[in-house]
Design a protein around this ligand. Structure first.
Ligand code: PEP
Length: 246
């Protein structure tokens, strides 16, 4: 269960939210919980969460060791700040920053080489769904983004199915729509890596997940987790989402 804080929260606000979540989720031991604050708050949030069950992820990285890449953040910088996860290929990065599947694949390779677990986001637009192309689009993203990623590395990769029309819009995919797309992604992974590896990959749903819809989504057999944007900024909402009851 992961929270994407996007470009919200100052350092002080981030630490306050992290401390509230640490307390609220202290007893939860049977599920992985990750928060992804903005770069500026990664280190103080990781420090605030030390000794608890919540892990820290970044929202991006640059696929190089170091160098003249003004404004970018390297995998070692993320590790240095206590990050164990990174969100890659989020639709906002594909859309506003023209990130290609090739670039996302480079980032994935570098993250895995450094032992940072990627949460790879894929998903179709409303127009693509209207044309009935959602499975083709998502399957192409999965295949291109995972190119040359070996089977043994896949235990460190989570995939978040995030239909673009559901992100930040309040329009959630129905549990059946989510389950159907997750099953298609699983079949795709099965073709690439075989049944055993495919079954081991955590496929998360993202797109307007809220306390009121998380239980039905998580009750679907192919839905293994959730990537939560807006509702992860509120401690009560995110704690309720993490404590879903399928
Ligand atoms: C997201 O940013 O990945 C997301 C799913 O956002 P929201 O929950 O606000 O739709």
């Amino acid at each position: 269960m992961a929270g994407n804080w996007k470009m919200y929260k100052t350092v002080g606000e981030s630490v306050a939210l992290a401390e509230m979540l640490k307390e609220a989720l202290a007893g939860v031991g049977d599920r992985d919980i990750v928060v992804c604050p903005p770069f500026t708050a990664l280190y103080p949030v990781a420090e605030a969460l030390k000794g608890g069950t919540i892990k820290v992820g970044a929202q991006n990285l640059y696929p190089a060791e170091e160098g003249a890449y003004t404004g970018e953040i390297s995998p070692n910088m993320l590790l240095d700040m206590g990050c164990q996860y990174v969100i890659l290929g989020h639709s906002e990065r594909r859309q506003y920053f023209q990130e290609s599947d090739q670039f996302i694949n480079d980032k994935l390779q570098v993250a895995l080489e450094h032992g940072i677990k990627p949460i790879l986001c894929v998903g179709e637009t409303l127009e693509q769904r209207g044309e009935g192309r959602q499975k083709t689009v998502v399957s192409m993203q999965v295949e291109r983004d995972l190119q040359d990623i070996p089977a043994e590395a896949m235990k460190g990769v989570a995939i978040a199915y995030e239909p673009i029309w559901a992100i930040g819009t309040g329009h959630t995919a129905t549990p059946q729509q989510a389950d159907e797309m997750h099953a298609a992604i699983r079949a795709n992974l099965c073709g690439l890596y075989g049944e055993r590896v495919a079954q081991g990959v955590c496929i998360m749903y993202g797109g307007s997940v809220k306390p009121g819809n998380v239980d039905d989504l998580m009750a679907q057999p192919e839905v293994n987790g959730a990537l939560v944007g807006g509702a992860s900024l509120d401690p009560e909402s995110f704690a309720r989402i993490v404590n879903f009851q399928p």
